[in-house]
Ligand binder design. Structure first.
Ligand code: SAH
Length: 257
């Protein structure tokens, strides 16, 4: 018996054991002892995580997959969380303990998984797994590229982002229409944002909403002083700004009277 793939849950089951092992091996396992896998499906990745010197939990929304896991991985049963990751409060299980997040993620909610991780980053020292290739590349992209955007800046403000390798559609059942990419995020040590966090998120999002305009135009709604707007940084377009420059820009806006 195996799980029948459901499209609305983004189910594409990985068939290649070597790739599953390679993904499981992307975690350093340093500085934490819990792993949470999102969307284990039939457990292709889970079985390699269970070999690690860490406690592995899984969160899975699909009842059929949960039943499959319970039947096939007896030891895992008490650590299966049958919930929607996006709605789940991780402190219920993990309290304030650190954990790594990993998965061959459901691609339909991949950006939301990253945004949620950023929200709870104090608890997540490491994050790795598979996304649609374009999304994985975008997250790791540096300034100066067309695909550099909101996800790149917000993620790289808090994490070192490494694109690791590409995976072709034919190793999945059913095959997705796109290539996949595996990445790893490693949280920056002892980093705190030197500017207001909410404002930082708002500046980045607003700037990229009109990515072809200069910041002077796209950030009009912030009602900035003429003195500040004369700063040459406002001649730029958002994709020209490094993460550090966005942080500096936010500080300038924060201190503008
Ligand atoms: N890791 C497995 C399955 C990948 S498919 C493999 O590599 O073969 C993505 C998985 O995420 C599916 O099992 C799907 O049921 C699950 N999923 C989808 N949305 C979810 C959500 N919101 N929360 C938790 N799991 C989810």
């Amino acid at each position: 018996m195996s799980v029948k793939a459901k499209k609305h849950l983004g189910q594409h089951f990985l068939r290649d054991e070597n790739i599953a092992k390679k993904i499981a091996d992307t975690l350093s396992l340093e500085g934490y002892s819990n792993i949470l896998e999102i969307g284990p499906g039939m457990g292709v990745l889970t079985k390699y995580l269970l070999e690690k010197d860490c406690t592995t939990y899984v969160i899975e929304i699909d009842t059929e997959s949960v039943d499959y896991l319970k039947a096939n991985y007896l030891n895992l049963a008490p650590r299966i969380i049958e919930k929607d990751f996006l709605k789940y409060d991780l402190t219920e299980v993990f309290k304030n303990e650190p954990l790594a997040i990993i998965g061959n993620f459901p691609y339909n909610i991949s950006s939301q998984i990253v945004f949620k991780t950023l929200e709870i980053r104090n608890q997540i020292p490491e994050f790795s797994g598979m996304f649609q290739k374009e999304v994985a590349q975008r997250i790791c992209q540096k300034e100066g590229s067309k695909t550099y955007g909101i996800l790149s800046v917000l993620t790289q403000a808090f994490y070192h982002a490494d694109y690791l390798f590409t995976v072709s559609p034919n190793v999945f059942n059913p095959p997705p229409k796109v290539d996949s990419g595996v990445l790893r995020l490693t949280r920056k040590d002892n980093f705190t944002l030197p500017c207001d966090e909410k404002l930082f998120f708002k500046v980045v999002k607003t700037a990229f909403q009109q990515r072809r305009k200069t910041l002077r135009n796209s950030l009009k709604s912030f009602n900035l002083s003429d003195i500040l707007k004369a700063n040459v940084i406002f001649d730029k377009r958002p994709e020209q700004l490094s993460v550090e420059a966005f942080i500096e820009l936010t500080s300038l806006i924060e201190n503008d009277n």
